[in-house]
Design a protein around this ligand. Structure first.
Ligand SMILES: C[S@@+](CC[C@H](N)C(=O)[O-])C[C@H]1O[C@@H](n2cnc3c(N)ncnc32)[C@H](O)[C@@H]1O
Length: 316
């Protein structure tokens, strides 16, 4: 196996000769210490194209970035907002990793070991799933639950191919664990210094129980990023919004959006000692001016609920 530094542009010609270009200094200045497994560029491009759906945009070197619906700019901004604690030398668990962007980020930030866990997205043919979601949107109906769909194939894990390709190319040592976090044996999973619970809480039918389970696997701190709702006039009370079907983003796997007070209270109830608010419902927390406008219009038109993404660090 050959690894090459991130700054290098490498390709292989038909005769097997390799060319490496790049500027180590520029790369170091950019803080780039990634290493990539060497794969011929055209072959890698084809393998990236053959993954039917990418959620994360992951830099695979050679100028190739996977075409995730979470764009590089969005992921950069989100990463900054998460304000990860120092991960150097830590054991990290990324719950519901999908294509693994945050697991690979943890490795890049110096984690000693990383475990990447997922189940639902890995269990589906995501190309077919995405087409179905688009059809539902066009028809104005809510999608059915994942488990009822013909492309739900947990024995085959068709949706894991993006994670696997990135794992190979990034020469990742992250351990992949296939399992539903709510069903699996937590004794076997173990405990981790830092646990990521990103984009996950609102998917949990039993949200409080999921936080209790999160607390059980966390030694130091859990980084929680979630859909949240703020109800003007009720900020000091614990209020949680419930979604019966696909009211939130047309996704029937979304159940709950707590306000910040409820989120903190739930974390404490689940066994965390201290909850640090990293991102609350302030007006500037919107990703774009359009998102702010949408929220202002919707909160006026509908029930005056303010939707946003909250981030907390929950400490043991
Ligand atoms: C929005 S993605 C978050 C991916 C990644 N953690 C991030 O923040 O970019 C939601 C994740 O939750 C998982 N998930 C979705 N529905 C679920 C369900 N009903 N039960 C458990 N996990 C679910 C999916 O497998 C998926 O990886």
């Amino acid at each position: 196996m050959t690894t090459i530094p991130a700054f290098a542009v490498v390709w292989k010609e038909g005769n097997g000769r390799r060319f490496i270009l790049g500027s180590p200094r520029a790369s170091r200045q950019a803080g780039n210490t990634k290493r990539y497994r060497m794969i011929a560029k055209d072959s890698l491009e084809e393998r990236v194209r053959n993954v039917p759906f990418w959620f994360h945009s992951i830099d695979l070197g050679q100028g190739i970035v996977t075409p995730g619906i979470k764009t590089p700019a969005a992921l950069k901004k989100e990463t900054e907002r998460l304000r990860f604690p120092d991960l150097r030398g830590k054991s990290v668990l990324d719950i519901n990793t999908w294509d693994g962007f945050y697991a690979y980020t943890a490795e890049r930030l110096g984690a000693a070991s990383v475990t990447a866990l997922d189940f639902y997205m890995w269990a589906m043919d995501l190309g077919e799933h995405w087409n179905y979601i688009q059809e539902c949107r066009a028809k104005g109906v809510y999608p059915k639950r994942y488990e009822t769909m013909p492309y739900y194939k947990p024995a085959e894990l068709p949706g894991k191919c993006g994670f696997d390709l990135a794992h190979e190319v990034l020469d990742s040592k992250a351990k992949a664990v296939v399992g539903d976090f709510m069903e699996m044996d937590l004794e076997k999973l173990g405990q981790f210094d830092v646990v990521f619970f990103l984009g996950t809480l609102y998917h949990m039918e039993n949200a409080l129980e999921s936080l209790k389970r999160l607390s059980r696997v966390t030694k130091e701190v859990a980084v929680i990023e979630t859909q949240a709702s703020e109800f003007p006039g009720f900020a000091s009370q614990s209020v949680v919004q419930f979604f019966e079907a696909g009211e939130l983003n047309g996704d029937s796997s979304n159940w709950w959006a707590p306000n910040l007070t409820a989120l903190a209270a739930m974390c404490r109830t689940a066994g965390f000692r201290r909850v640090e608010v990293v991102r609350g419902p302030d007006i500037w927390s919107h990703s774009t001016p359009l998102a702010l406008l949408k929220n202002l219009v919707l909160s006026k038109k509908l029930s005056r609920v303010w939707s946003y993404r909250a981030i907390v660090h929950a400490w043991k």
